[in-house]
Each structure stands twice: as C-alpha cells, then as structure tokens.
Design a protein around this ligand. Structure first.
Ligand code: F6P
Ligand code: MG
Length: 468
C-alpha cells in the first residue's frame, strides 16, 4: 500500500480549492449523487439493494459455519458468530440511517477512511450528518464494502474469507457456454492473425472490444448478489446491440494502437496498455480474451491489469479471482478453454501480462484525487499508452459520481484526471452519463425511463485530450 501524505490521509476540504488552482481546473462541481434524493437510483440502491447484499453476506457466513469449525474449532464458530453480529449491526445502521462510524480494524487505510469521514462531515456542515441516505452515495456504497471487510478482519480466523466468492464462482460456471464460445473464437482468430490485413485486424478488435464491453452487464452488485451470468454466445448478439452503444469512440482507440504498431515497425514503439478491471466471471474472461488478442496481434506488447485488494462490490476481481480464473481455464476439460488458460499463464510468467493491485481502488475517492493521495499509482499509469477502465463503478469514480448534465464533455467531468489516454468501457448502471450529443439524454429518458440504470445501454468513451 502506498498512499502519499501522512499514513493514508485524504486531501483536506480546505486544500482542495488550492490544489484545483494548482492543477488549473475549475473547482465548482455539481452536487454528488446521494440517497437524499428520494426515488433516485442512489436512494433505491441504499434502501433495497445494499440491505439485500448484507443479508446474503450474513447467510453466506452462517452457511460456512461447519467449515470454520473444521478449520479452527470452537474459535472458528465464535468468530463466525461475532462476524454475523457485526454484519447485522451494519445492516441495522444502514436501515435506520445512522451516521458512518470510524473504522477500527487497524489496517493501513484506516487513517485515510477516518479522515475522509471527518472531511465529509465538515463538507456537509449544516446539511445534516454523514448518514447512509444523506452522505454522497459513492462514499456510502464504498464504505459498506469496507465495513464488510472490517467485520471479517476483526475476527482473525476469518480474515481471508471472501463472502462473495461463492457468487463469483457460480457466475463463472454458469457462463461456461459463452466462455467456450469466445475461447474457441479466439483460438481460431489466433491461428490466422499474422496474415490479417489492417481492416481485418480492426474489425476483429472492434468485435472483441464489444464482447468485453457487454460483459460488463454480468455484475453481481446490480443484481444484489443474485446470479447474473452470460448464458448465450455473445458474439452472435453484437450486431443487434450496436444501436445501444450511445457513445462509440472506437476509432480513437484503433488509431492510437495502429499508429503505435506502425511506429514499432519502424523500430520505436513498445506499446503498454493498462486495464482497470471490474467483475470476475464472464466479464473477466472477456477482458482476458481481448488482452490475448491485443498481444498476439502485436498491437500491444505489455498489459497491466489492475484489480482490487479486498472483496468489493460483490463481483469485482481480486488477485485470488484472477489466479483462480486462469487456473480454471487451464485445467478445463474443454480443449479451447484450456489452450487459453495455458497461454494466459504463460503471458503472466513471461511478464507480458502483469496483475497489480493498489489500495486506492478500494478507497471512496474519485479518480481526480489519485495524483494527490496515490501518486505512485498515478505515476505507474502515466507509463501507459492507453488505459481501459472497465465498468460502472470506475465510470462513477472517473466522473466523481456527480449530477453532471448529459452533454458536459468527458474531460470536464474528469477534472484533469488524465494519467494517459483513457477509455471507459461501461454499461450504464447508475444515473450518470456525460458527453452525450445534445438532446439524446432527454430523448432516451422519454422512450425508456430506466435507460441510465438498466445495463441495456453502453459506451466506449475515450478522453478527448489525447485525440489527434
Ligand atoms: O450498486 C450500484 C453500483 O455501483 C452500480 O453503479 C453498478 O450497477 C454496480 O454497482 C457496479 O457495477 P460495475 O460492476 O459495472 O462497476
Ligand atoms: Mg463491479
């Protein structure tokens, strides 16, 4: 863990304006999305989905009671009871709209979280306290997952227990047919890729990028932990899904990669991309298929994957999930899946693929804060030629989870966060979207009231500052 400033201290409310000036961006930003807006998606998430996720977590811990007993004897059973007590208390605090409490588990990020709480309180001032429905939604939703982690950390025999592991495993297994379909497709493509003309290369990249994009529908937070897998061959659906891609900046992604490849031919470029991962299960496999193609086509030479260091938003990828997925693929009885798995493990061994995690990804901060509080991570991302940010939560953190108007430029919402050219691949599952053409948001709202949150729409949104 490497947070700059004092052991994990957040940038203070007082300094934020000054630092805005330092970075040359405006400090006036719209209000945060929050459960205080009755009827909003934030409100409904806090009222309905988060308690369901907590109830499932309690149930999961309880169902593993025998396992804890077998592994740790009576101590394991006592830990299970205490963890359930803490999770139930957390659910009660949420449902009765209590203020957030400081963290107490002594992990290195505690000081940061507790300082952040103080700052949120200071910001709210006379507008009430940092309670579940009153504070910014992004903060409270992240806080819930950090408190779930705390409930286990405070009961040492259970420290490494991932309450969401079962659901993630199930998501992967239920997507088996779709995984076979994309693995088979990839193996076929890889056989021919060396002889591909540029147009063919481009078409294939667009295809696999879309599979990775729509894979983002399979997250288990939006479904409150209820199974949400990919049950059909996604390649066959891509054409019919095209009209649902509201922003398609693929051309910019392509141009960047192909220009780099051409430079490489003339002997200069070694292209590194970074993928800030989202969900384990089908989405992760789709991301790895895309990553495989990028390497075999020599559009890219090095890929850094960024995952979470603790269980997060139900299905987000941790190191364990990443390794487990590679192993499942490699040991699969399906030959195309196992070929993929073997190649992917080899990519990791050769250092062509790198997995890394950083505590910043599981803090409540928007990405605008990265250069201030996790400047090692920011510096790492600056080495990239292109960063893909997968999924909805990453989009919320890119844009600060605020009430931006639909037509505000992406760069305005990023507020200067731009370690490298970046591209969001996201299906819409939260009531925020920027960079739309004038009138499109209103038109969609009139025809489909749930367009922002249903996951039926998607974006491939590239940051303008690097457009050439
Ligand atoms: O629970 C709400 C939420 O943050 C939504 O914004 C989104 O549906 C989900 O959780 C996480 O989505 P993703 O896995 O795409 O980041
Ligand atoms: Mg997720």
């Amino acid at each position: 863990m490497a947070l700059r400033r004092i052991a994990g201290e957040a940038p203070s409310a007082e300094t934020e304006e000054g630092e805005d000036e330092e970075r040359g961006v405006r400090s006036e930003v719209p209000d945060s999305l929050s459960g205080k807006y009755t009827g909003s998606f934030a409100y409904l998430t806090i009222k309905d989905r988060l308690p369901q996720i907590l109830t499932k977590a309690v149930d999961t811990v309880h169902r593993h009671r025998d396992k804890f007993f077998a592994q740790h004897g009576q101590e394991g059973v006592e830990a299970e009871k205490r963890a359930i007590g803490l999770l139930s208390k957390l659910r009660n605090e949420l449902q009765t709209d209590k203020p957030a409490l400081p963290l107490t588990d002594g992990l290195p990020d505690v000081a940061h979280w507790n300082k952040y709480l103080e700052q949120q309180q200071a910001r709210l001032g006379s507008e009430g306290n940092t309670s579940w429905f009153n504070a910014p939604w992004l903060y409270m939703e992240c806080y819930m997952y950090r408190r779930i982690h705390e409930a286990l950390q405070l009961n040492p025999p259970m420290c490494d227990f991932d309450v969401f592991n079962e659901a993630k495993t199930q998501g992967f297994l239920e997507s088996q047919q779709a995984i076979i379909a994309i693995s088979t497709h990839l193996q076929e493509v890889n056989k021919k890729v060396e002889g591909f003309q540029e147009t063919h290369l481009k078409a294939e990249l667009m295809q696999l990028l879309q599979v990775a994009l729509w894979g983002n529908r399979c997250d288990l937070s939006i479904s409150a932990g209820v199974t949400n897998s990919q049950t059909f061959n996604p390649l066959t659906a891509l054409e019919s899904l095209k009209p649902f891609i509201l922003i398609n900046d693929f051309e910019f992604v392509w141009r960047l990669l192909i220009n780099n490849k051409k430079n490489k031919i003339s002997g200069t470029a070694h292209t590194r991309i970074d993928i800030v991962l989202d969900n384990s299960g089908f989405e992760l496999v789709a991301d790895l298929v895309l990553a495989d193609f990028l390497i075999t086509s020599q559009l890219v030479h090095e890929i850094h994957f960024h995952g979470k260091s603790i269980p997060w938003f139900v299905s987000d990828t941790t190191k364990k999930d990443f390794d487990w997925t590679l192993n499942q693929m490699k040991t699969s009885s399906h030959p195309q899946m196992s070929k993929c798995g073997a190649a992917w493990e080899n990519n990791v061994k050769r250092g062509v693929w790198n997995y890394q995690d950083h505590v910043f990804w599981t803090l409540p901060n928007e990405f605008y804060d990265m250069s201030l509080i996790a400047n090692d991570l920011h510096a790492e991302l600056q080495k990239s030629h292109l960063i893909f940010f997968k999924g909805d939560l990453n989009y919320r953190k890119l844009t600060g989870d605020r009430k931006w108007s639909y037509t505000v430029p992406f760069e305005t919402a990023l507020r200067g966060f731009q370690p490298a050219p970046l591209c969001s691949l996201r299906t819409l599952k939260a009531d925020i979207q920027v960079g739309l053409k004038t009138g499109l948001g209103e038109q969609l709202a009139a025809s489909d009231p749930d367009w922002l949150t249903s996951g039926h729409y998607a974006i491939i949104q590239f940051s303008n500052s690097f457009r050439k």
